[in-house]
Design a protein around this ligand. Structure first.
Ligand SMILES: [Zn+2]
Length: 302
């Protein structure tokens, strides 16, 4: 099977990015993998520490691998936002393809030291694992926020990004470039959108020359996504949007048939609803720019 870093390199050459979707249950896992399978595009499935705790780290890895084989997918499993070396090692041992090492709440020097130590620990278990590090504050919680969180306005600078990459040995970097975790209620309603600092993305890419991940993508303006990918973003994280779709469709499905008790009948509609959101994001991230000459995309599925 092709390695994640080779898929990322090919995507970058084609001017497209990998979609990363978090899963907290089987409904979401099925929705993400089926969407990617139908569109014939590679995909990343993420589970945060909380999501892993609920699903079981090893149990998720086994289930994921089984579905990946059956669907014959270029799908990869990521241990999202991992805040300790022990949890990173646990995910690497369970067979995760990537780990997001997140000590971004600590002062810069401490973040560097703990990230470096964790990169070495997970690579000792699996040298091919993709290690991602994070600097800057993009807020916490893939949830609906009533008002903007304060304190994450400062963007990652190209200088600190370069120093962080060189001192830690990470393969991918998650910078703060105007993105934030979660969505405001107005974003769920569609009346406002997140906007990104595209120039800063390009500057960080040039300074670091590693894969770049955009966290907190939910609610971002479509054109900002396109320009961010053209500017050097390789992976885009979407969580809150599919959580919202999951909850709304579950409520609708339950309300539609108040006497139904078969979970697979109630949840089939929820899988479809979440899948629609995932498909629309995958379509956007996997559409190469048309206005400039680029090498052809590997997959031409739609
Ligand atoms: Zn994130």
């Amino acid at each position: 099977m092709i390695a994640l870093r080779d898929v990322l390199t090919q995507s970058e050459r084609g001017g497209v990015a990998l979609g990363h979707f978090n899963v907290a249950n089987l409904v979401m896992l099925k929705a993400v993998l089926t969407a990617a399978s139908e569109m014939h595009v590679p995909v990343l499935v993420g589970a945060s520490e909380g999501e892993r705790e609920f699903l079981g780290t090893r149990q998720l890895a086994v289930l994921f691998k089984s579905l990946r084989e059956e669907l014959d997918l270029e799908a990869f499993l990521n241990a999202d936002h991992t805040h300790s070396i022990a949890k990173a090692v646990e995910a690497a041992k369970a067979g995760f393809d990537a780990v997001v090492i997140d000590f971004s709440a600590l002062p810069f020097e401490e973040n560097v030291a703990r990230t470096k130590e964790t990169v070495e620990a997970v690579k000792a278990i699996n040298p091919a694992i993709l290690a991602e590090g994070e600097i800057g504050d993009i807020g916490t919680g893939s949830e609906i926020h009533e008002e903007a969180q304060n304190g994450f306005k400062s963007l990652t600078t190209p200088e600190e990004a370069k120093q962080f990459v060189q001192s830690t040995g990470i393969d991918a970097l998650a910078p703060a470039v105007g993105n934030m975790h979660g969505m405001l209620r107005s974003m769920v309603q569609g009346t406002t959108k997140k906007h990104l600092n595209i120039e800063r993305i390009s500057e960080i890419k040039e300074a670091t020359d590693v894969f770049l991940t955009l966290h907190g993508g939910s609610g971002t303006d479509d054109d900002d996504f396109r320009r961010a990918i053209a500017g050097g973003i390789n992976i885009v994280h979407i969580n809150t949007e599919i959580r919202v779709a999951w909850r709304q469709s579950l409520e609708e499905s339950l309300a539609r048939e108040p006497n139904e008790v078969a979970p697979y009948k109630i949840l089939a509609r929820v899988v479809d609803s979440v899948k629609r959101v995932v498909s629309s994001r995958l379509r956007l991230f996997n559409t190469p720019p048309t206005n400039e000459a680029r090498s052809p995309v590997r997959r031409e599925a739609f």
